[in-house]
Design a protein around this ligand. Sequence first.
Ligand SMILES: Nc1ncnc2c1ncn2[C@@H]1O[C@H](COP(=O)(O)OP(=O)(O)OP(=O)(O)O)[C@@H](O)[C@H]1O
Length: 592
Amino acid sequence: MPANQDNSAIRLFGLLTDTSSNKVFFSTVLGALGGIAYAIFVPLIMMALQPSLGRLMQPEFDTSYWLFGVFEISSPNQALFFFMTCMLILFCRGTSGTLMFHVAIDATVGLRKKIYSRISKLPIQTLEEIGPSRLLTALNNDVSEVANGASSIPNILVAATTLVGMLAFLVYLRLEIFLFVLGVMAFGFLTYQIPVRIGGRHLAAGRNSFDGIQEGIRGLIYGAKELKLNKEKQQAFLKNELHEVEKKFSDSFKTGRMFMIFAMTYSNLISFFTIGAVTYVIANYYTLTRDDLLGSVMVLLYILGPITVFVNTIPNIAIARVAARKLNSLLKDMTIEYLDSKIVDNIECHQKIVLKNVEYTYQAKKNEELGFHLGPINLTLNRGEVAFFVGGNGSGKTTLGKILSLHYIPEKGDIYFDAAAVTDGNRNICRQSISAIYSDFYLFTELFGLSDNELDSKASEGLKQLGLEGKVTIENGKFSTTSLSDGQKKRLALLVAYLEDRSIYIFDEWAADQDPEFKEIFYHRILPDLKRLNKLVIVITHDDRYFHLADKLVRMENGQEFREGAFSTDKHAHSPEKSEMSPSGEEEESVV
Ligand SMILES: Nc1ncnc2c1ncn2[C@@H]1O[C@H](COP(=O)(O)OP(=O)(O)OP(=O)(O)O)[C@@H](O)[C@H]1O
């Protein structure tokens, strides 16, 4: 999808025409044709009832047709025309509705795909700032509201066609009545806007509280264990975070809908008022004949149909406009990462990764006094080296890790892969050299992006060596389960990272929830194995028992690199055992 289309605002009707302009065109034309045919009904019936009105079509006197010799059909030509009109309406409206339904579904899917694509192009820090609640509400709620509202726009066009047809018939009957009706309709339309606008404002307020509800639901699900153990906490949470927001939502929506219903009733009332005024006042004023009066009242009654469609559709469009505004504001916040797809140089980190004067800041949030500033950091990390990032909680280790894994883009300074600076043009390619397991890692149930004939056997071997044999199996690159203990999940994540065979590995407190035996295996076997495979291994850790195993110790304190030390690991390195588990096939040694 081109970038400009990616960034374009969502406009209701544009959403449909962008999805399939042909279908929208045919749907509207067929709908309008159906509307015209619908408008022909009244004149047809009136001609049958009051032949004196038939100034355009010759009335059929004294002709009839016997159907099956049982049913007498009067005015057979007109009856046939009536029947054909019914069939035309059936065809036009059915086809038009089906086409528009298809376009609405395609538009919904297209909009969701657009948001998927935008999410995957978001810088991680923006994704973290926006948060899952806003994104989920947009995908689950706003997208369908927008498509739903947009797809009802053609209904308005169709109703308008019928309305124009009926009004034209009114002109044919009596110009004075037409002018009166037009005047009342204009007044009605203008005054109708007042409740619609007030209602729209309340609906928008209701939609705004919906983000809060999503956030509350997340707390309810993810915090279920904490809430179960504390009744007061659970009740206070339910009251403050869900019930109150739900009340705000329902109050706003009820008020919004009430104004919309009032607007609908008001529009019907205006129509009936018009019929009453024509019958009791205008008829006398213009001394209408009985035929003209009957004809006019019939048209006015019939006009109620398209007017009802019109006013019933307006709330949907009002809701859709609110949702579109929300989506547009979200898309505006979703500044996508600039990645120059033209640059295809395969940049690899052959020797080292260098940080020069790198700085990064988390901006202070609403209720915080200060944000967090990291750097300036100057650091060189080499392939075939195990570097430990150590330091107190909140000192900036993970932040530095995310800068090195190119998830966070530094605001100042440069990162080099060997001699090549990481830029917007090559950042994505550079990322392909890195595998990272952070504390909030996500375990996919399938080995996406890996296609090796021996993938299953390599993975099975890895599962065995990681103590997951009997717990998890793999078939066609799919794990049988990921319902495991936290430590086991991390082992599985390690296996995935290993199979990806990258040059740089970052483990953020990977060993924290491993048992002592596996901690030993991690520090004494896995890390040396990766080192032997000439990987650069960055380990964020608090395990001071193992600090001596690092080739390089990077101590962080309050966002600053405190000290850079070097240790020899030779005397500590564990003698590796032979294994077939090697992702590249170049090395014989296994990491586990
Ligand atoms: N997504 C974020 N938005 C804003 N501030 C953040 C964010 N993540 C971390 N911080 C702030 O940055 C600081 C450094 O966090 P970081 O996670 O890098 O520390 P750490 O050294 O890895 O800590 P720990 O050992 O507890 O994992 C913290 O004080 C925290 O308040």
